[in-house]
Design a protein around this ligand. Structure first.
Ligand code: GDP
Ligand code: MG
Length: 634
């Protein structure tokens, strides 16, 4: 492998061969940019959105897939008899200056290591984790990324080998399971299929070759690799040669024959570098196959070159399709993104201004609600009105019952007091206590009204909060608590005020002129009563002097004033405290929140929607970057 890499990348070492020089130039100018493009697309994660060109290795069990991969990559993979590869293994080879580094990732787990000898164990461990300890298979992908100056940029996928007969412990349909897993990879137009077939079997009837032909009838992305040429039956070499030359099953990409390390070589601890030399010698000395060396149809080195070249050709061919895909994904994304509301910017520096914007928009809405009652469903004042009306109804009922109480008292009055008292003299204090009692009874419905109004306004505030901070659970929680606190505080204030009103009304007081006005209109006292007249009945006739008719009327009229005062003041008080002041308090607190805020924390999105939107935005960014990379490279 090292030889191969040197020949590919370090000009000085292989200047003896003209072909190597040309290949080197070819690599520098033609290959690297494409591989680098695909590599950079992979780095920005575009492979999450679309299929990037890659190479999948398929073949029967023990056909030598892992051995071929190992020879190309220089990385020792788990090998042996029976089912060894049980999960798809993505082998990402990345040429990078510096120390050898491996990184294995699967199922959210990721591990970096620096000893190439660990690969085998870590891959086994990963497979056991994903597919269990037994002999089952699994569709989950293991990704093994190798960064080293000695590899070239290639991504290869090792797949479980095809079996027909389940072994002990395997489900009956294991053959179908493996088939469908392989098909999943080789069906993709972006995949080059490396079909590995050992020379010592009946090549024409190999399952792997048949599958590849099914999904790629023209063989334009299928490359056949013949392994184990050292194990061919004596006398069968001529047939194998015919196959390699494409005379039996023609494939447009053709055949390559390789010799990898056999079990004995591994037992003898033959290194991969030594194995390459052995391979070269093997073909050079071979009676039938030596000619294949010149035809570039033999050795792993040749295979690696061909693969690189094929991959580039494949990338070139895929590019227009890739560009189209990026384009259509981009427009799809933009449509989808429109469905998701505005959200916080990805750039953290923009978080502060964005938070400010969100808070101001919310404050404006609260302000509008307090001013005009404008809200989403119905005008807020339209919601409050029936409650205020209900309060007014309470008062009216109270007025009627007061009148009844007064009448009752008057009719009993004569029985109780006449005889001792003179006509028109009456007990004012009993009337006064009647008013007090009646007014006191208003406290409960007033509190009830307060409670209902508070609930309505609080719900409206919360509704706006809900809509404004839909995507920010943290911020929403803080503002919800704020609304609750403010409403609680204001409710307590209003409660005190209402109690004050009730106490005030228990004074039984009004300015004379107000009562006079009432009396004048009610009793049709046409006489001109000046405002500062002390005695409103001084010039009235006898009827006006009748205690039984006048006193109750007067006191009932006074209660009318109580009714008017309370009917207006309670709703006014409620509007001021529960709506206007509460709105102002909320806005002030929002501004404080904005000024001292940890914008990132407040804007952290928790809802599925928020997550989805971030994901879409990231995809958008990736695709845009991919688009510009593809454009600038070509
Ligand atoms: P896989 O199941 O397709 O991945 O096959 P492996 O790569 O594990 O190879 C199966 C066996 O064949 C291993 O023991 C290898 O050492 C051996 N093998 C692979 N390639 C060759 C070869 O070219 N010559 C010989 N003699 N043995 C080979
Ligand atoms: Mg294998």
């Amino acid at each position: 492998w090292n030889n191969f890499c040197s020949s590919v990348f370090i000009l000085s070492q292989y200047t003896s061969s003209i072909r190597d020089v040309t290949f080197q130039n070819y690599l520098q100018n033609e290959v690297r940019p494409f591989i680098e493009l695909i590599d950079s697309l992979r780095v920005i994660g575009i492979d999450k959105d679309l299929n990037l060109p890659s190479i999948a290795v398929v073949g029967d069990q023990s056909s030598g897939k892992s051995s071929v991969l190992e020879a190309i990559s220089g990385v020792a993979l788990p090998r042996g008899s029976g089912i060894v590869t049980r999960c798809p293994l993505e082998l990402k080879l990345r040429k990078k200056e510096g120390k050898w580094e491996g990184k294995i990732s699967y199922n959210g787990h990721s591990e970096t290591f620096h000893d190439p000898l660990q690969v085998e164990n870590l891959v086994r461990k990963a497979q056991d984790t994903l597919a269990g300890d037994g002999v089952g298979i699994c569709h989950d992908l293991i990704t093994l990324e190798i960064s080293s100056p000695d590899v070239c940029d290639l991504t290869l996928i090792d797949l479980p080998g095809i079996t027909r007969v389940p072994v002990k412990g395997q489900p009956d349909d294991i053959g179908d399971q493996i088939r469908s897993l392989i098909l999943k990879y080789i069906t993709k137009e972006e995949t080059i299929s490396l079909v590995v077939v050992p020379c010592n079997v009946d090549i024409a009837t190999t399952e792997a070759l048949k599958m590849a032909q099914e999904v790629d009838p023209h063989g334009s992305r299928t490359l056949a690799i013949l392994t184990k040429p050292d194990l061919i039956d004596k006398g069968a070499e001529g047939d194998v040669l015919k196959i390699v030359q494409g005379k039996v099953i023609p494939l447009s990409k053709g055949y390559i024959i390789v010799r990898c390390r056999g079990q004995q070589d591994i037992n003898d601890k033959i290194s991969l570098t030594e194995a390459m030399q052995i391979e070269k010698d093997f073909f050079k000395k071979h009676r039938y196959f030596s000619s294949l060396l010149d035809e570039e149809k033999a050795t792993v080195e040749c295979l690696a070159r061909k693969l690189t070249r094929d991959l580039v050709a494949h990338i070139k061919k895929s590019l227009p399709h890739l560009t189209d895909q990026v384009q259509s994904l981009l427009s799809q994304l933009q449509v989808e993104l429109k469905k998701y509301k505005e959200g916080p910017p990805i750039d953290h520096k923009m978080m502060g201004p964005f938070l400010s914007q969100v808070i101001i928009a919310f404050s404006d809405q609260i302000n509008e609600l307090a001013r005009t009652g404008e809200s989403q469903h119905k005008n807020l004042f339209a919601l409050l009105r029936p409650v205020f009306k209900q309060w007014d109804k309470y008062l009216k009922t109270s007025k009627l019952s007061f009148k009844e109480a007064v009448d009752g008292m008057i009719s009993g009055y004569d029985d109780l007091h006449r005889g001792r008292e003179l006509l028109t003299f009456s007990d004012y204090s009993s009337l006064e206590s009647l008013v007090k009692k009646q007014v006191k009874a208003l406290e409960e419905p007033a509190m009830e009204t307060l409670k209902i109004i508070r609930e309505i306004i609080q719900a409206e505030f919360k509704n706006i909060c809900e809509m404004s901070f839909d995507n920010y659970p943290h911020l929403r929680y803080i503002v919800m608590t704020m609304i609750d606190d403010i409403q609680l505080k204001q409710e307590a204030q209003v409660e005190t005020r209402i109690k004050e009103f009730i106490r005030m009304e228990q004074l039984v007081f009004t300015q004379d002129s107000i009562l006079q006005q009432k009396l004048r209109s009610k009793l049709s006292l046409k006489e001109d009563l000046s405002d500062d007249d002390d005695d409103c009945i001084s010039s009235s006739g006898c009827a006006a002097l009748d205690t039984r008719s006048l006193i109750p009327e007067k006191i009932v009229l006074y209660y009318e004033i109580v009714y008017q005062r309370l009917s207006d003041y309670v709703p006014m008080l409620l509007q001021i405290f529960m709506l206007k002041d509460a709105a102002k308090m909320l806005r002030d607190q929002m501004m404080d929140l904005r000024d001292g805020a940890n914008a990132m924390k407040l804007l952290s999105e928790g809802t599925e929607r928020g997550r989805k939107r971030v994901e879409l935005l990231q995809r958008l960014q990736r695709l845009k970057e991919a688009q510009s990379r593809i454009c600038t490279t070509f």
